[in-house]
Ligand binder design. Structure first.
Ligand SMILES: [Zn+2]
Ligand SMILES: [Zn+2]
Length: 392
């Protein structure tokens, strides 16, 4: 029997446990870095299966790792579990499924390979939704020695290989001078004019930005009353690029626009950069081809959406810059129903969605088995990764 066939059998036998975990986490949505319930469920379930577990501390108190060490020293393969929910709308990104699939795949791999494993880890990564949990975890050394990291994410399409955008959040604060807007406007310095000039400049330069770049902002303060010349106004922007080079090019242009707006209006400018800078996600294609082959055999047809389209940003971007990583998407909803919507929320506990989760968990299991048993696979994954690092 092939590993894929064996994986199918193991995941089928684990299906009730996988579904139960997915639904329990779904019913107890927790915001980023507050995922106590989800993390404790996963830790307990993996401990019961013979994994050695360790939990994080402080900011990362909802991070964990569960390790199974076979008799082989190498390689170390990490299956990633996310489990944070969104404000107000619960698990509308379906991270309950990511966690449940990670649990199922890890247990299945352990049951199938046992001592034939190197080091198999489930790494629980909290705070993906805007929290940058993986950035803290990279900093704290959780991924040291990991040869490859892999996870699966629910979506409205099947796609194994997709890139993600680098992103940074910035705030532009303009300081002017208040004055009576009717009696003595000439004595004022209008900070709102600076913000409006910034938006107009950014809109004018959009056409000259590299392909796939994104710049989008909101005005966070526009003044206090129409009869006062605004002495303070501010805006928050996201700047995104498909490579760090593109990202820095756009960031430079937006920063120039912001400075020019200050100069044009006589305001002073303070730029606050969020220290969370997500890097672009670079999928490991060697791993991707293997996963794609498995999931196709299970009947999940690839949507054919190009790798640079229909993409956002994630903290796995930073991980993919230090460890070969893969983040396949599996369809739990129709194409018109997108993540972070009320309709998607229903899809992540629907029978159709759960069937797709089992397929994804099966392909994940088979891919991890290949990583442990196919002697040429991890070296090929590493070779691609090193080539990518050199080319950067
Ligand atoms: Zn999301
Ligand atoms: Zn997500």
């Amino acid at each position: 029997m092939s590993y894929l066939q064996q994986s199918k059998k193991e995941i089928a036998s684990l299906a009730p446990a996988i579904t139960a975990i997915s639904r329990r986490i779904f019913e107890n949505p927790e915001l980023n870095f507050k995922e106590q319930f989800a993390a404790s469920q996963l830790v307990a379930a993996l401990k019961a299966e013979g994994f050695k577990t360790r939990c994080g501390k402080g900011k990362l108190s909802t991070a964990f790792e569960a390790t199974w060490s076979g008799s082989r020293k190498n390689p170390t393969i990490a299956i990633l579990a996310e489990y944070d929910a969104l404000p107000n709308i619960g698990h509308a990104c379906g991270h309950n499924m990511i966690a449940a699939a990670a649990f199922g795949a890890a247990v299945a791999v352990k049951r199938m390979l046992g001592e034939k494993c190197g080091t198999l880890k489930v790494i629980g990564t909290p705070g993906e939704e805007g929290g940058g949990g993986k950035l803290y975890m990279i900093g704290d050394g959780w991924f040291k020695g990991v040869d490859a990291a892999i996870m699966v994410h629910p979506a409205n399409h099947n796609r194994t290989i997709a890139r993600m955008l680098a992103v940074m959040e910035l705030e532009f604060k303009y300081y002017g001078k208040a004055s009576h807007a009717a009696a003595h406007p000439e004595l004022g310095i209008n900070a709102l004019d600076a913000v409006i000039t910034l938006f107009n400049s950014v809109n004018a330069m959009r056409q000259q930005t590299p392909n796939f770049s994104r710049v989008h902002g909101v005005i966070t303060h526009g003044g206090d009353a129409p009869n006062i010349i605004p002495e303070f106004a501010s805006a928050r922007f996201f700047v995104r690029g498909i490579t760090m080079k593109d990202f820095h090019a756009v960031l430079g242009k937006v920063t120039d626009c912001a400075k020019a707006a200050a100069k044009a209006t006589g305001c002073t400018l303070k730029i606050v950069k969020n220290r969370m800078n997500y890097e672009p996600f670079e999928p490991n294609r060697t791993m991707g081809q293997r996963f794609a082959g498995h999931i196709a055999l299970l009947g999940a047809k690839d949507s054919g959406i190009p790798e640079n389209e229909d993409i956002g940003s994630s903290d796995i971007g930073n991980l993919s810059q230090v460890v070969p990583s893969l983040h396949p998407e599996f369809a739990v909803s129709e194409p018109h129903i997108v993540n972070h919507s009320r309709e998607f929320l229903k899809a992540v506990v629907s029978p159709k969605g759960e069937a797709a989760m089992m397929r994804a968990a099966t392909a994940l299991t088979a891919t991890v088995c290949d990583l442990f048993t196919d002697a040429s696979f991890v070296p090929a994954v590493r070779k691609e990764f090193e080539k990518f690092k050199k080319g950067k």
